[in-house]
Design a protein around this ligand. Structure first.
Ligand code: UN1
Length: 506
């Protein structure tokens, strides 16, 4: 399965990329190694940033901000439009690179690039719609209005599982808002970040704008800690585990900066007795098994009504047995590898714990294949009536825990009974049931789906979740407001000096 890097992205000649990997550099702490998780093969070495290069990058982003903030927003939108066009032109190559570096199947790698193209389109329109409000003043000849202004250079920390699109959500919106980006990607996906940022930077510089799209690739100890503590970055947008988010949140709060956190999920699908089971089957399989269970939106818990839980689980098990696992770039593969050997170990530990807690493996449960790839079998585990503590944790692997219930209240209590609050879904033919699920006493998650699975959000809505998921909102709707500072301005266009609240000061 040896593969070369996709052409046209300039990676082979990129000054930071050591390709092919000379064995002499192995083990040198100045490099990260991009590895194909399907084969274990090292794709390239990537030079890491250190304290000094971090300062250079921060300097560029800070100076870039002083220029970029004064470029009219619709003109900034034209830069984003050009980036979207360039991403369209490189969609195949980038999608394949994502597949190669993080093991997504080709369709999902392409889908991820499409997600950035979509958010770029959205951002172009938004660049003419950064609306503020006007308020009637209580004083004659006064007007009050809100202005939204660029915030500053912002830190963007992304995870391996969406190594391209999550940057896109932040960077395309941030750019039209007038911010400049300092992107710290996962060390598990440095090539995707290099290729992506190179495109954005080249387009922006070609149009005369430098310091807008900056990248720092480095360890958490040297780069991550520096970035989150850096007072020059008024906003840090971070995607990753709840543990990571807690740390980022507290460090940034300690300097009274802002965070936008998109952390772990523990997403459930509720299946009512009146659900269309064919639809349920397809929705659950995609959301539970897609991306090998490594989306923050992956369905991890199935909460099925007691009257249908057995036939539904049987049908799911049959579907799981027919899923093709293997080379993510091969036609017909639905499940690629996990990201790393330690992810496979975490999968095995979770299964062992589930079994020790009384869970019954219905299908899967083991590693898959004999090579160096990090493959596992998509797995279904039936929870005992007494509950399953492991199901409260997010394991980034395709494990689906099955619970049953009798009343909708019970199902909702299960749905909401975990610390995370990202995504949720219900399958039902009843409008009333669906509306109860969506209502204020229904699901407590940031994302709620009816007759769909928990993953696969479009970019137009605000994306994010509650509780331990961190409360941030990215992508569409009015998520842009997190990337700007709000100014309330009051203007006196008369000649009298009057005070609010009726105060007289004479
Ligand atoms: C993530 O897993 O971090 O809704 C993001 C989805 C994708 C985004 C997932 N559009 O599944």
């Amino acid at each position: 399965m040896h593969r070369t890097l996709p052409a046209g992205l300039g990676l082979e000649t990129h000054p930071r990329v050591v390709f092919p990997v000379p064995s002499a550099v192995s083990g040198n702490g100045a490099f990260a190694y991009s590895t194909n998780p399907a084969t274990g093969e090292v794709l390239a070495g990537i030079r890491l940033d250190d304290e000094r290069s971090y300062e250079t990058v921060l300097g560029r982003a800070s100076e870039g901000f002083l220029r970029w903030r004064s470029i009219p927003a619709p003109v900034r939108g034209q830069v984003v439009r050009a980036i979207g066009e360039e991403l369209r032109a490189h969609k195949e190559a980038l999608g394949e690179l994502i597949a190669l570096e993080v093991g997504k199947i080709r369709a999902e790698g392409l889908g991820e690039v499409q997600e950035t193209i979509d958010i770029a389109d959205f951002a172009v329109g938004l660049s003419r719609q950064l609306y503020g409000k006007t308020m009637p003043s209580e004083r004659a000849d006064h007007v009050i209005r809100e202005h939204w202004h660029p915030l500053g250079p912002i830190g963007v920390i992304t995870a391996f599982n969406f190594p391209h699109a999550v940057w896109g959500w932040n960077a395309m919106i941030g750019a039209v808002c007038g911010d400049t980006m300092v992107w710290k990607p996962s060390l598990l996906a440095p090539l995707t970040a290099l290729a992506t940022n190179t495109i954005a930077q080249r387009v922006a510089e070609g149009l005369g704008h430098s310091g807008v799209f900056e990248l720092v690739i480095g360890t958490d100890a040297v780069i991550g800690e520096r970035l989150i503590a850096d007072r020059r970055l008024p906003l840090v947008s971070a995607t990753g585990s709840c543990r990571m988010g807690r740390h980022v949140g507290s460090v940034v709060a300690g300097r009274l900066g802002r965070t936008l956190l998109e952390l772990g999920g523990n997403n459930a699908v509720i299946v009512e007795p009146d659900a269309d089971l064919d639809l349920a089957l397809r929705a659950i399989v995609f959301s539970a098994v897609g991306t090998a269970g490594q989306r923050c939106t992956t369905t991890r818990r199935l909460i099925a009504h007691a009257s249908i839980v057995d036939p539904l689980t049987d049908r799911l098990a049959t579907a799981y047995r027919s899923i093709r696992i293997g080379d993510p770039l091969a036609e017909g593969t639905l499940v690629g590898p996990l990201i790393s050997a330690s992810a496979v170990e975490a999968f095995e530990r979770a299964i062992a714990r589930a079994v020790a807690e009384g869970g019954k493996v219905v299908v899967g449960g083991k590693r898959f294949g004999s090579g160096n790839g990090h493959f596992v079998e998509p797995t279904i585990i039936r929870a005992p009536a007494s509950g399953l503590p492991i199901a409260h944790e997010e394991t980034f692997a395709p494990i689906l825990y099955v619970f049953s219930y009798r009343t909708l209240d019970e199902a909702l209590a299960l749905n909401n009974g975990v610390s995370q609050g990202l995504s949720s879904a219900i399958l039902t033919g009843s409008n009333r049931t669906a509306e109860r699920f969506l209502g204020p006493a229904g699901t407590d998650c940031g994302l709620a789906y009816v007759n769909l699975g928990t993953s696969g959000a479009e970019i137009g809505g605000a994306f994010g979740g509650e509780k331990d998921t961190g409360g941030g909102r990215e992508s569409g709707s009015d998520a842009w407001k997190a990337y700007m500072r709000r100014q309330t301005s009051t203007i006196n266009y008369g000649s009298a000096f009057t005070l609010a609240q009726g105060i007289r000061f004479e």
